[in-house]
Design a protein around this ligand. Structure first.
Ligand code: NAD
Length: 488
């Protein structure tokens, strides 16, 4: 089988920091272990950075900001970005296997989504940056006003574990396109692909000091977010971490971009095409073990089709194979870590205490001896105040609730602090668009899910984020404008 072969060829790596174009250990030699969540085996060691390493990385980034990168002709910088995308594709098998070893996600997913999109993030911004123009206004015969862009400066890029390479490149590509220098901090749980990304940047022609990386835990991240020479922080992760970062960045007034947690509704009306709805809902519930911020974990179904929907959805969910992420036919791999596995299991206990009914799953996958596997779980019988309906579980767990009217479902949909994304299923386009525009979320899909165009605004409102990423939105975050007025 192709997947097993790939596994045997790829060796896990030990992860060092990357500062000023070189891999370096921590000055005190401190490391921690990186564990494969699918087997519980130790994959290797990761350097644990502190204030000292962050300081070195920021110094290198600050120096490089005055170097050739920001002033390089756009065509040349664009060609380097394109080359990074090409090199990601050249090393795609290796990167995908490392991503699977780190995260426990199926290899087919690491290949078809994570690494593929990582390359595309660079290819997209390599093209996009050559089209970026600036505002200008003629004020009668009095003056011309025009804006010019400069890089925001030294930017901290801090990322979570669920889509490690995809999300790091989603920030790094526009940051580089706009001429910034960066200090990246990948999640301590999934450090391998970002480590390789750093050397790929150098190989593609990014000057030393432009891309730096420090590994470590929350304190390492905090050393970046509180550093006086870091001008901006782009963060993806939990809402509560976003709040801590905001506090630590406040004294130095950093520019912030936050992509945070979600508890996304999936609203299914009786006139929806049920086969399409179920096929996509299966993905929006359980792909990547439910560890996608956009997963639709609150499913609302109009009562007249509730039983039929459940019969079909349960049958399809029971067909999903939980297993070794390197097997081609695995649908659901391992959760990312023991800590996260325990968190997800604790929500299954809460659901039991709250009187929920498990139509599938509700437990550890019993076909696996080792690793952190949880069966895809469908829960009914929970009300709108249930913790499992309100809190982000971030695992293969969904709740299904029936509704009778549009007004009733809309009230439940918006009764949350989160506001990341939603899906609406209906063949009545008037209703679908009406409902979509009333949902308090940054992104709403009608009759689909996770269909992306990288030019569109990506991000959440309420406690799900601040600002938007994608196309012009990313460019605006990673650049500062100076308006120049010429008196005529
Ligand atoms: P997390 O907030 O625990 O960690 C994210 C990163 O922040 C890690 O690199 C971590 O080391 C670092 N960190 C932790 N404490 C810090 C601090 N005080 N200062 C600076 N950095 C700190 O999140 P996670 O558990 O890795 O990821 C899961 C979360 O990410 C979920 O809530 C999910 O919804 C969210 N997420 C959101 C999006 C989005 O686009 N909105 C995308 C993916 C994941």
């Amino acid at each position: 089988m192709q997947t097993t072969e790939t596994k045997s060829k790829v060796k896990p790596i030990n992860c060092s920091h990357y500062i000023n174009g070189k891999y370096v250990p921590s000055t005190n030699g401190k490391t921690f272990e990186n564990v494969n969540p699918a087997t519980e085996e130790v994959l290797g060691t990761v350097a644990e950075g502190g204030k000292e390493e962050v300081d070195e990385a920021v110094k290198a980034a600050k120096k490089a900001l005055k170097g050739e990168w920001a002033n390089m002709p756009v065509r040349k910088r664009s060609a380097i970005l394109r080359k990074i995308g090409d090199l990601i594709l050249e090393r795609q098998d290796e990167l995908a296997a490392l991503e699977t070893l780190d995260t426990g996600k199926p290899l087919w997913l690491s290949t078809s989504v994570d690494t593929d999109r990582a390359a595309y993030n660079f290819h997209f911004f390599a093209d996009y940056m050559t089209t970026v123009g600036n505002e200008s206004y003629q004020q009668d015969d009095i003056a011309i006003h025009y804006a010019v862009r400069r890089p925001t400066g030294v930017v901290g890029l801090i990322n979570p574990w669920n889509l490690p390479l995809l999300l790091m490149t989603w920030k790094l590509a526009p940051a580089l396109a706009a001429g910034n220098t960066v200090v990246m901090k990948p999640s301590e749980v999934t450090p391998m692909t970002a480590t390789i990304l750093a050397e790929i940047c150098t190989e593609a022609g990014v000057p030393d000091g432009v891309v730096n990386m420090v590994h470590g835990f929350g304190e390492t991240g905090a050393a970046i977010t509180s550093h006086e020479d870091v001008d901006a922080v782009a963060f993806t992760g939990e809402t509560i971490t976003g709040s801590a970062i905001m506090k630590s960045a406040a004294p130095t007034l950093k520019k912030l971009s936050f992509e945070l947690g979600g508890k996304n509704p999936n609203v299914i009306f009786a006139d929806a095409n049920l086969d399409d709805t179920i096929a996509t809902t299966l993905k929006s519930s359980f792909i990547n073990q439910g560890e996608v911020c956009l997963c639709g974990s609150r499913i609302y179904v109009e009562r007249s089709i509730y039983d039929e929907f459940l019969d079909k959805f349960v049958a399809k969910t029971k067909e999903l194979k939980v297993g070794d992420p390197f097997n081609e036919d695995t649908n659901v791999g391992a959760l990312v870590s023991e800590e996260h596995y325990n968190k997800v299991l604790s929500y299954l206990d809460i659901a039991k205490e709250e009187g929920g009914t498990f139509l599938t799953g509700g437990k550890t996958a019993d076909n696996m001896d080792k690793g952190f596997y949880v069966e895809p779980t469908i829960i009914t019988g929970l009300g709108k105040d249930s913790r499992c309906v309100r809190e982000e579980i971030f695992g293969p767990v969904v709740t299904v609730i029936p509704f009778d009217t549009e007004e009733e479902v809309m009230e439940q949909v918006n009764d949350t602090h989160y506001g990341l994304s939603a899906s609406v299923w209906s063949s009545d386009i008037k209703r679908a668009t009406r409902v979509a525009s009333q949902i308090e979320a940054g992104m709403v899909w009608i009759n689909t899910w996770f269909l992306r165009d990288l030019r569109t605004p990506f991000g959440g409102m309420k406690h799900s984020g601040i600002g938007r990423e994608g196309g012009a939105h990313s460019f605006d975050f990673y650049s500062e404008l100076t308006n120049i007025t010429v008196k005529l």
